[in-house]
Design a protein around this ligand. Structure first.
Ligand code: G3P
Length: 496
């Protein structure tokens, strides 16, 4: 009897495998970090082979740890770091070059040229994305232009492109299936999110042969089975979604207007906007959330570059404390921020400001300022940034947020969560299972194989751990936001 769903969560710094039971509870977890390569300033790469070996190792380990047989797995769901680009030879299955990671900036100058050539508007209207090196298109082009012989091979139909989901499915099926799901496709910058297909004009612009591209599937269906030599039995692969979209599904934000924030190194906010794509007037991304049973759901997304990373920096770079947990104690030791603000523009500012030249700064420091003030300012800054993005989303969607669901490591910090609710003036809910990305992929796969019946059943599995209601008086919120925005403006254009 199949009792479990296996979720493969291939992230930027680690590969994870999590087994869920019918109640949506975690039965087993295995995780392996892998190497980050920084060959030049601004370049970030992963070894595609290491991505696969780490992912397959944790998959096997997650079963072995709890004595689970492969035959007990009803289906596999895949979720992944998005945009990261791999090009490989169809015959040998070998990658031509390392995976170029979403964080990699090597194609920024080319993006600037395209902006100058007036292409940004056309790209945004088709893809919902802001023209940027973040997305896959310019990374594919870079590999074709810079790896010897690549372009000729591509023209000959000998090469395959894939985001990480595609690479994993290729490997899991022994090179039989070359597919992606629509949420991952929507992050490549060559996918037309309105027509729901690869866009010929964009492929021409980036000089990418269509023969390289995977077939685009929905996010929840039985795509194929794993090949017999990976696990002892063949298991259906039945769900795929990019990690932020999977987290939105894992949080059961399935209705228009529902939003989630993942507090990781950065903060990723995604709001479900229903069956129609909402064009952002506030520099957010329009993206596909998922497709289930022929119905496409769209979302607005805004990314804050430095979230939990601000606390990591205080811990490891400035050595204010030894453990991130201590930041909460320091913050609550004060009644107020006493006018100290921190703008964590440590690598420029993301949505909705998008200023590459902004730099980090503390403001309002006096002789009375202590480590506690600076730590509290860093935690507050996370909340202010999330607020800036959410307010932009509300303007775009013309819907006030009723409730924000949160996940990720920093949600353990109760000071941050309460402050976030206060600043947003909106209820915040932290679920019991904070592995929302992995459970989202599991839900998608489980629906496809009939392990779970429908969305209603999934909703009955989602449980809140703690909610935070706004308590702060309006005047105080206004004062905080006034000084925060003053600080942000002063940190902008610093290195111009
Ligand atoms: O868009 C990039 C995002 O998908 C990466 O997520 O969690 O691997 O850092 P994560």
């Amino acid at each position: 009897m199949s009792q479990y769903i296996l979720s493969l969560d291939q992230g930027t710094t680690s590969s994870r495998a999590i087994v869920f039971d019918k109640k949506g509870q975690i039965v087993s977890v295995a995780q392996k970090d892998f190497k980050q390569h920084f060959p030049k300033s601004g370049w970030v790469e992963h070894d595609p082979q290491e991505i696969w070996t780490s992912q397959s190792a944790v998959m096997i380990e997650s079963l072995a740890n709890e004595g689970i047989k492969a035959s007990e797995i009803a289906g596999i769901g895949i979720t992944n770091q998005r945009e990261t680009t791999i090009v490989w030879d169809r015959k040998t299955g070998k990658a031509l070059y390392n995976a170029i990671v979403w964080q990699d900036r090597r194609t920024s100058a080319y993006c600037d040229e395209l902006k100058e050539a007036g292409k940004a508007e056309m790209i945004a209207s088709k893809t919902g994305l802001i023209l940027d090196a973040y997305f896959s298109a310019t990374k594919i082009k870079w590999i074709l232009d810079n790896v010897e012989g690549a372009r000729a091979k591509a023209k000959n139909g000998e090469l395959a492109f894939g985001t990480i989901d595609t690479w994993l499915v290729w490997k899991l099926t022994g090179g039989k299936n070359h597919i992606t799901d629509i949420s991952n496709a929507s992050r490549t910058m060559v996918f037309n999110i309105h027509e729901k297909q690869w866009d010929k004009e964009l492929l021409e612009l980036f000089d990418i042969p269509e023969s390289m591209l995977p077939e685009v599937k929905s996010s929840s269906e039985v795509y194929c089975e794993t090949s017999g030599d990976i696990l002892s039995v063949k298991i259906p692969i039945a769900g795929i979604a990019g990690d932020q979209q999977a987290a939105l599904f894992g949080q059961l934000c399935t209705q228009s207007g529902m939003a989630k924030t993942t507090y990781g190194t950065g903060c990723f906010l995604v709001m479900n906007t229903g069956e129609k794509p909402v064009k952002s007037e506030n520099r957010l991304l329009t993206t596909v959330a998922w497709e289930i049973n022929g119905k496409v759901n769209y979302a607005l997304e805004g990314s804050v570059f430095i979230g939990g990373a601000a606390i990591q920096w205080l811990r490891d770079g400035i050595e204010f404390f030894g453990h991130a947990k201590e930041s909460e104690k320091l913050a609550v030791s004060l009644e107020d921020n006493d006018g100290v603000y921190f703008v964590p523009a440590l690598s420029g500012l993301g949505a909705p400001h998008w200023d590459q030249d902004a730099r980090g700064a503390f403001f309002g420091i006096t002789r009375g300022t202590t480590i506690a003030h600076m730590t509290r300012a860093a935690l507050e800054a996370i909340a202010y940034q999330v607020n800036d993005v959410l307010k932009a989303m509300e303007k775009d969607s013309s819907e006030p947020t009723k409730e924000l669901r949160v996940d990720g490591g920093a949600t353990a910090n109760n000071f941050l969560m309460q402050f976030q609710a206060d600043i947003l003036n909106c209820k915040i809910t932290r679920p019991k299972i904070i592995e929302t990305t992995a459970i989202g992929a599991a839900f998608l796969a489980g629906l496809a194989v009939g392990f779970w019946k429908d969305e209603e059943e999934l909703k009955s599995l989602w449980e809140a751990d703690k909610s935070f209601d706004p308590k702060m008086d309006d005047e105080k919120v206004e004062k905080y936001l006034h000084f925060w925005h003053k600080a942000v403006e002063r940190s902008k254009h610093w290195v111009e």
